[in-house]
Ligand binder design. Structure first.
Ligand SMILES: [Zn+2]
Length: 976
């Protein structure tokens, strides 16, 4: 625990050392506003946290008026108004005094038991572009939201155990140092009738009258198709509900409604439809009129609708093409449309699949709405006439997925809601935040405690929702997503997979979106990315038993203080060092390609001899981690014991997802109900099938019994869903992704608790993985050796902007890899000694471990001496060589290329590696930027172990030094 230290510093900052420190200490565990001190932003240091972060200690304060709670570490702060409900009113980068919040949003949104309910949040902000402080006292609580009930303060807890058994960066700490804030919410003062407004299922409070999922075409329907085209159809190619017809033609199905109908609903995938008046929708029919509500995915000329108005309502007299005002929604994916009759009015409402119902227009009949005679769904035509346009346009394909009709609100049904309401009222929703010492990173997650006596179904949790200031005055992107200017904040989550880069791996949880309620700023069509919502695209869909709790995924954010790529990258690297410190483990690893005893013991002996720390069985080594035979276990133990005797840890390789097991165990395609044709790798076993569960049982057992300490987990879970309802570990498609992710990451977390080193070629760092590839194309390791050197250093240069060196591995093919023959391999090692050394130094000189893959590490005494010397050098300078990289000149084969490690906390503050890829000696003066070494006046530089020379830093914190590098060789300089 370092709390005492941290608090001492804060108190010292306040300048009242002894007395106040006692008051400070009482903050921990605080749960009353009176326990908190008043926030004073000015007490923090003005230093750059990337040079010295000792004085940036996270804590929690209150505002002077006691109406807000402030989390701050002197680098960033987040402020929550707590009355009349709680919501984030500020997210600030203190060094720049930059405010990111323009509008207050709910702290979270839950979809539970069919209800979608906001957690916290404040409404009534007059302008969503900015927030005048004097508006705060006028903001209102949404009466139908979870209400803030109180807070608890503490320190960050371990997300899981981490057994530290090997070398790490100096001063790592687990759990991270910082402060935790838990804000609690409950649903109070809500009437059962109110709850209907939150219901996302139209059946709440009503009796179901009719449902058709169009699995077959029932005779209840009469169909209208267009005479304009012979293939115009409502069941295209035999698929009921699939409309195939020219763009501007009417094709619909009509159903006669029974008396007492109060609500009709359909779900639509607009597909390739790009019509406006003829866009797909739903209509109610009376003798004297028809009303219509439809999507406008395009216009009659056949081009996509890029305006901010996306719905049309025909009220029986006139067509309103701007129904609901501006609402620049996205029609990719499934939409639900419904017409709801209440008294004298018909409500035209729509929602996207994972969204919330929104009313786009209310049609007032000015008398009790008479009983409708029929409903129509499909392409209904201008003025709901059911007629075609003069110019029919191109053929389009779209799908009506289902249709339901319900009765009017029913008193008996409303009574049933009471029990649903009490279930919701017995939930305690905790919104948790952790702010860390010394870095601009904040984590957030939601936990839900079910205190009711029934299970509740959690379908979705939007665990972060922020209205963020946008900075682009020029609206319009011509459909080019890549040209959108996003706010300068990094977000990621622990629900990341299927990629080696953070932003790609997080695409299914990190959602930059627009704010359709924000109507003042410049972009007329409101497609500026200015909200952040964190949720898994596929949702959770899990049951939480009575008395149990459930936790959402965790998000992590870094509000950047710069637009400089290096500085922002350093912030991201510092975050991983703090919230996932196991990534600083970086064992020297040899991938042995043979597992025969003599080959193996030779490999272990060699590894021990030269100072390597780990030996991994490479794929193709003949080692079978899934084989549970006594013989195999005995063998694995024997291998591990031999290695341990030499001080080496061993482990193995296993392929998880990118293969097919059986029709019974593979992930099932939701479209076909059969395996195949959709998974990321074509086929994949479901991790929650019998095979999947058994695989993980075997892995736990293998590691528990053998003493293996490293695992290369290849082809791991890429996020494939599974529509099976037979697999033991998940119910259906809905919970299949979350459950598979949980199965895998629970295993990784367990590995961490055992000290097992995890190499995973995907973004599982926050769930316990240590290392991921630096990003290379496998075939490059079959190129001639000279090519491989440049690729190696280009990969390292490009792959370490957002990663510490220890987070990435590269590759050294000692033996032939995928091809290339003798020209591409280092074996025989003693014949290519210079290349071998250059490959080793190009990697470990940059702190990058490589998959050094082959049958042996050395073949002669000379080779051995070289490897041993390089390893010794690496270990001598290990801490600085594993420190973050400043990217100076990328390898291009034309001139020297160089990169530098920096660490202001070490004796060696900079370590410059210079490589010469040319055939001649290069001697030249280069500028070396020393800002991030922390040196400010003078730098002492030495070439290798030579004599030190002193340099004065210029006003840019740079020095100019002369370097000299032999042809096709390297040199290094230590800066103190
Ligand atoms: Zn499955």
């Amino acid at each position: 625990m370092n709390i005492k230290n941290s608090i001492k510093i804060n108190c010292k900052n306040l300048g009242i050392i002894v007395f106040v420190s006692i008051v400070c200490l009482s903050n921990l565990g605080a749960q009353n506003m009176s326990d908190l001190q008043v926030y004073d932003e000015s007490v923090f240091s003005n230093e750059d946290w990337l040079i010295n972060n000792q004085n940036f200690i996270a804590n929690i304060w209150k505002s002077e008026d006691e109406k807000s709670i402030v989390m701050s570490n002197g680098i960033i702060s987040r402020t929550f108004r707590i009355t009349p409900n709680a919501g984030t009113t500020s997210l600030k980068v203190l060094s720049k005094q930059e405010e990111h919040i323009r509008a207050v949003k709910p702290e979270a949104i839950l979809s539970i038991n069919g209800f979608t309910v906001n957690v916290g949040g404040l409404t009534g902000q007059p302008n969503l572009a900015f927030l005048y402080p004097d508006w705060l006292s006028d903001l209102k609580a949404d009466p139908l939201s979870f209400k803030y009930t109180g807070f608890k303060m503490g320190t960050p807890e371990k997300r899981f155990d981490w057994k530290q058994v090997r070398h790490t960066a100096p001063n790592v700490s687990w759990p991270p140092k910082g402060v935790k804030l838990e804000m609690n919410y409950q649903l109070t003062d809500v009437l059962p009738e109110d709850l209907i407004a939150l219901a996302q299922e139209s059946n709440i409070g009503r009796k179901a009258i009719y449902h058709d999922d169009f699995s077959t075409m029932e005779s209840d329907w009469s169909i209208r198709t267009s005479k304009n085209h012979e293939r115009s159809s409502f069941f295209n190619e035999g698929k009921p509900g699939e409309i195939y017809t020219p763009n501007n033609t009417a094709v619909f199905a009509e159903y006669k409604l029974p008396k007492g109908t109060g609500l009709v609903e359909t779900s639509i995938d607009a597909g390739t439809d790009v019509s406006g008046f003829w866009g797909p929708g739903i209509a109610l029919v009376w003798n004297d009129k028809t009303i219509k509500f439809n999507m406008r995915p395009g216009n009659e000329s056949g081009s996509k609708n890029t305006d901010a108005w996306r719905f049309t309502v025909f009220d029986g007299k006139k067509e309103n093409t701007r129904a609901g005002g501006k609402d620049n929604v996205d029609f990719d994916g499934t939409w639900f449309l419904r017409l709801r009759i209440e008294g004298t009015k018909v409500y035209c409402e729509a929602k996207p699949k994972a969204g919330k119902w929104k009313t786009y227009q209310i049609i007032d009949f000015e008398k009790e709405v008479p009983e409708p005679l029929a409903v129509r769904i499909g392409k209904l035509g201008k003025n709901a006439s059911g007629e075609d346009h003069d110019v029919p346009g191109e053929l389009v394909r779209l799908t009506i997925n289902e249709f339901s009709a319900y009765g009017k609100i029913d008193e008996n049904e409303v009574q049933k809601i009471k029990s649903k309401l009490s279930d919701l009222q017995n939930l305690v929703v905790s919104v948790n935040y952790e702010l860390y010492d010394g870095i601009p990173a904040l984590s957030k997650w939601i936990s839900i405690k079910n205190n009711s006596n029934q299970p509740v179904k959690v379908d979705q949790i939007i665990s972060e929702y922020l209205g963020i200031a946008d900075h682009n005055p020029y609206g319009g992107y011509r459909g080019r997503e890549d040209l959108k200017v996003k706010p300068n904040i990094h977000f990621e989550t622990d629900y990341a997979f299927s990629a080696m880069a953070a932003n790609v791996a997080n695409h299914q949880t990190v959602h930059w979106g627009t704010d359709q309620d924000y109507v003042t700023q410049i972009s007329w069509i409101q497609d500026v990315p200015n909200t952040m919502r964190i949720y898994p695209d596929n949702g959770y869909h899990v049951n939480v038993a009575a008395g149990e709790s459930f936790e959402s995924i965790r998000s992590f954010m870094i509000p950047y203080d710069s637009y400089d790529k290096e500085r922002n990258g350093l912030a991201q690297r510092k975050m991983y060092r703090t919230v996932a410190p196991w990534i600083t483990e970086n064992p020297m690893m040899f991938h042995i390609t043979r597992s025969k005893w003599e080959d193996y013991t030779n490999g272990i002996d060699q590894a021990a001899e030269v100072g390597y720390e780990m030996v991994n069985f490479s794929f193709g080594s003949g080692f079978k981690p899934e084989d549970e035979s006594e013989e195999n276990y005995t063998k694995m133990k024997k291998y591990a014991d031999y290695a341990h005797g030499k001080g080496i840890k061993i482990g193995t390789y296993s392929l998880l997802a990118s293969r097919s097991i059986s029709a019974m165990d593979d992930v099932v395609n939701p479209k076909t109900g059969k395996p195949g044709g959709f998974a990321t790798f074509g086929n994949s076993p479901c991790l929650e099938s019998e095979w999947g569960q058994d695989y993980f049982r075997k892995m736990y057992r293998m590691f528990s019994e053998t003493g293996f300490m490293t695992f290369t987990h290849d082809g791991n879970y890429p996020g494939d869903v599974c529509a099976s309802t037979e697999h033991p570990g998940h119910d259906n498609l809905g919970d299949s992704q979350y459950k598979q992710w949980k199965r895998l990451t629970d295993f990784y977390k367990w590995c961490k608790s055992q000290g097992i080193y995890l190499r995973v070629p995907d973004y599982y760092y926050l769930s316990g993985s240590n290392q991921n590839g630096v990003g290379y194309r496998e075939n490059n390791w079959s190129l001639p050796r000279r090519h491989q050197l440049i690729h190696t250093r280009q990969n390292i240069f490009d792959g370490t902007w957002e990663s510490t060196p220890s987070m990435r591995w590269s590759f050294i093919p000692l033996a032939q890899y995928h091809g290339g023959g003798a020209a591409a391999t280092i074996e025989p090692l003693n014949e290519h000694l210079d290349h071998y050394e250059m490959m080793l130094v190009s990697n470990i000189g940059m702190g990058i471990q490589s998959a050094l893959r082959g049958p042996r590490l050395y073949d002669t005494e000379t080779t051995k001496a070289m490897v041993k010397r390089v390893v010794g050098w690496y270990k001598k300078y290990r801490d600085i060589l594993e420190s973050d990289i400043i990217h100076l000149r990328r390898a291009d084969g034309r001139d020297i290329d160089y990169m530098m490690h920096v660490n202001p906390n070490l004796k060696e503050k900079g370590f410059l590696m210079v490589f010469n890829p040319t055939d001649h000696v290069i001697r030249k003066k280069i500028k070396v930027p020393l800002y991030y070494t922390g040196l400010s006046n003078e730098a002492v530089v030495r070439e290798q172990e030579g004599t030190q020379k002193s340099f004065e830093l210029d006003r840019e914190y740079e020095i100019e030094i002369e370097v000299e590098v032999k042809p096709n060789w390297y040199n290094w300089y230590v800066i103190e």
